[in-house]
Design a protein around this ligand. Structure first.
Ligand SMILES: [Cu+2]
Length: 231
């Protein structure tokens, strides 16, 4: 049984709100411990922001990390580290096809849930799991009877989510993590759903007067020429 005590130490007190100026105490009791002696209370510095105490503590930390001695001699997974290239490619879907997506989260570095959002559709959430999705093991556990319908789903850290939707909405649709900061990491893609067999299931052609993309510098560099454009 141990006492643990915490007293605030704030090295940038002018930049951050000060925490409560009090000692917080707690007891740690090891499961199965048999000792009946009372723990002695921790000795704490007499004041907040004791620089000498903080320095003694941080400079005496040793062997806090539990480690194994099997660091590999070679990278366990090899890929083309130097020539990895981003690609601008999309996934094309036939109209009315049934699409199943398994979104696999990783357990690498700062793991967190990613709220994956699909434009243009609702999807069914057939199942969640932790670890890697293994089709032979996990596919038979999917709920094909009464799954929830969403258009955004959190993919658990180090886990997966299985989704299905029917591609019955022609167009270009983004599927992405809804934390914008994750888009540059690449957690974003696009589905292009092809037209169906009828005018009702197809995108209408753009209107004949739809402005075309242009690099004409006179349009953008002179505010006066931005007025009165005719198409
Ligand atoms: Cu994310």
């Amino acid at each position: 049984m141990y006492y643990m005590s915490i007293i605030p130490y704030l090295s940038a007190s002018s930049l951050a709100p000060a925490p409560p100026r009090k000692v917080i105490n707690s007891l740690i009791v090891y499961k199965g411990a048999t000792s009946t002696t009372s723990p002695s209370r921790s000795l704490m510095p007499s004041q907040i922001n004791s620089v000498s105490t903080a320095h003694r503590f941080s400079s005496n930390i040793t062997s806090l990390v539990v480690y194994t001695d099997d660091f590999p001699d070679q990278p366990p997974i090899k890929f083309d580290y130097a020539n990895f290239r981003r690609k601008t490619s999309v996934k094309t879907l036939k109209y009315n096809s049934t699409v199943e997506i398994v979104v696999q989260n990783t357990g690498i570095i700062t793991t967190e849930s990613h709220p994956m959002h699909l434009h243009g559709f609702n999807f069914y959430v057939l199942g969640y799991g932790f670890g890697n999705y293994v089709p032979a093991r996990d596919a038979k556990k999917l709920n094909l009877v009464n799954p929830q319908m969403h258009n955004t789903v959190g993919v658990p850290p180090g886990g997966w989510v299985a989704l299905r939707f029917i591609a019955n909405n022609p167009g270009a649709w983004i599927f992405h993590c809804h934390m914008d900061a994750h888009l540059p990491y690449g957690i974003i893609m696009v589905f292009i759903v092809e037209n169906g067999p009828t005018p009702e299931t197809s995108l209408q052609p753009p209107p004949s007067n739809l402005p075309q993309c242009t690099h004409d510098p006179t349009i953008y560099e002179s505010p006066t020429t931005n007025v009165g454009l005719s198409y």
